[in-house]
Design a protein around this ligand. Structure first.
Ligand SMILES: O=C(O)C(=O)COP(=O)(O)O
Length: 463
């Protein structure tokens, strides 16, 4: 699990989408919910004019709620339970307009280059490090994720690991399953009064902070930005200071160049003798051979690991030295809890993520909205109403360079532009414009002309 990817604050002129995952409205109602105008006037349901019959590829066992939500809109959905390798993706992706993945499927530059029809990528999880976000943005593909819907599930898993580690629960259970009675209190502790050090105080870290205090723990945290501590938690200035004070260290940071091997031999040496390490973030954040050494020397009393640099792509696949050279050594250590990347794997989290990310993808495919995209300017427009029969929405992704809007507005000048909004992020800019009274014969002509402007990356028309 990772802390949320920082989403730039929304422009005051962009319409913010507030999504309440527990809400029970239909997808259609929710697609329009945030537009107060639509309460009075019925919104028109838009469809892409040039790619009818949208095909979606969902991999890694994404929730059936998402499958149903897409099917209800008439999209064709192909659903796989396992992750696909780069070569498998390259072979399949050319026919799809959208793909939904979780943490394991890597959308590399090669995959994106092969994805000639791809319009949007949905990460049905928090982390987006498995996607080449820059390349996707450059070819006009926004990437959406679920910034917090599995946070509670991860925080609860950490609570269980805190107690299980400090009571050597997995060891005792393993012995009993082998018929060995080994009642002992040596090296077993209550968590009450112990110090929990949280590295990364995002949605998961903050949620965990509250739960841990309810157990009577002292909570300290380290984060690269200043964050208001919840309850009696305390922000610590530096990582070494946190490591040297905590009895338990738990990691909740995204995988970034600066977090890879963030916990190595030096950091482990800074941790207290007899302390514990918990990693439910990303496998490459911890230098595992160094962790193995720290456990073997008994400097650490235990560890719980849910994520690994390399992970098998499907259930039933072995977790052995072919996957990571040290797998069997790790498996042989005492008081280590190893789980197969299950931090966000609860019914509740998967259902909420399925709803949230399918909604974001549908909003983009049908209405052009990029609110919540992690690699793209966030743009939305209030709905076209059902009465506005011949209105057309232009969605124009272009290079962020001078003179583009002049060219595009030149093309639009014979029409009445009801509303338009554009924003940029890095090299990519995105314009949404609603055009009145476009005859059906003119629609394709309009798309052709805008597509031929010099900075065009991708132009879609919705009507
Ligand atoms: O949300 C995340 O980033 C996770 O690591 C969970 O990944 P998963 O959906 O279980 O593949």
């Amino acid at each position: 699990m990772t802390a949320p990817v920082a989403i730039p604050s929304k422009s005051p002129r962009a319409v913010a989408a507030s999504i309440s995952p527990g809400a029970s409205q239909s997808l259609h109602d929710r697609l329009h919910k945030r537009d107060s105008f639509s309460v009075i006037r019925r919104p028109k349901v838009l469809h892409p004019v040039d790619n009818e019959g949208l095909k979606l590829l969902l991999v890694e066992n994404i929730s059936q709620d998402a499958v149903r939500a897409f099917q209800a809109q008439g999209f064709h959905v192909d659903h796989y339970s396992k992750a696909l390798s780069e070569d498998e993706l390259i072979q399949k992706i050319p026919q799809y307009h959208a793909i939904g993945i979780r943490s394991k499927t890597k959308i590399t530059e090669r995959v994106i280059k092969a994805a000639s029809k791809l319009l949007v990528i949905g990460c049905f999880c928090i982390g987006t490090n498995q996607v080449d976000l820059v390349t996707a943005g450059k070819v006009g593909i926004p990437v959406f994720n679920s910034p917090f819907s599995n946070s509670r599930s991860v925080a609860e898993l950490v609570v269980s690991e805190l107690i299980a580690l400090s009571r050597q629960l997995v060891e005792r259970s393993h012995e009993m399953r082998q018929g060995i009675w080994n009642k002992q209190s040596n090296g077993c502790w209550e968590v009450r009064g112990k110090t929990l050090g949280i590295v990364g105080y995002g949605h998961i870290g903050a949620q965990l902070s509250v739960l841990a205090e309810a157990l009577g723990m002292r909570v300290i945290f380290y984060d690269v930005i200043n964050i208001m501590p919840l309850g009696s938690a305390r922000q610590i200035e530096t990582l070494p200071a946190l490591l040297s004070e905590a009895d338990f260290v738990t990691l909740h940071v995204p995988e970034l160049p600066e977090t890879i091997n963030m916990i190595g031999a030096n950091e482990l040496a800074q941790m207290k003798v007899g302390s514990y390490l918990i990693n439910n973030a990303r496998g490459r954040v911890v230098d595992i051979p160094a962790l193995i050494a720290a456990l073997q020397s008994k400097h650490l009393a235990g560890a719980a690991i849910d994520v690994y640099p390399q992970e098998p792509g499907s259930n039933g696949a072995p977790f052995d030295d072919q996957v990571n050279t040290w797998s069997s050594t790790l498996r042989s250590l005492p008081n280590i809890i190893l789980t197969p990347h299950i931090g966000g794997s609860t019914e509740e989290a998967q259902r909420m993520i399925g709803e949230e990310v399918s909604l974001a993808l549908s909003r983009y495919l049908n209405y052009g909205s990029t609110i919540g995209a992690v690699n793209f300017p966030e743009v939305d427009l209030r709905a076209i109403t059902a009465e506005q029969g011949n209105h057309v929405r232009v969605c124009h992704v272009h290079s962020n360079q001078p003179g583009v809007l002049r060219q595009v507005n030149e093309v639009l000048s014979p029409y009445n532009v009801e509303k338009q909004y554009s924003d940029s992020k890095g090299d990519v800019a995105y314009l949404l414009a609603d055009i009145a009274d476009v005859s059906p014969q003119d629609v394709n002509k309009l798309r052709e002309m805008i597509s031929h402007t010099s900075a065009n990356i991708l132009t879609r028309l919705l009507a």
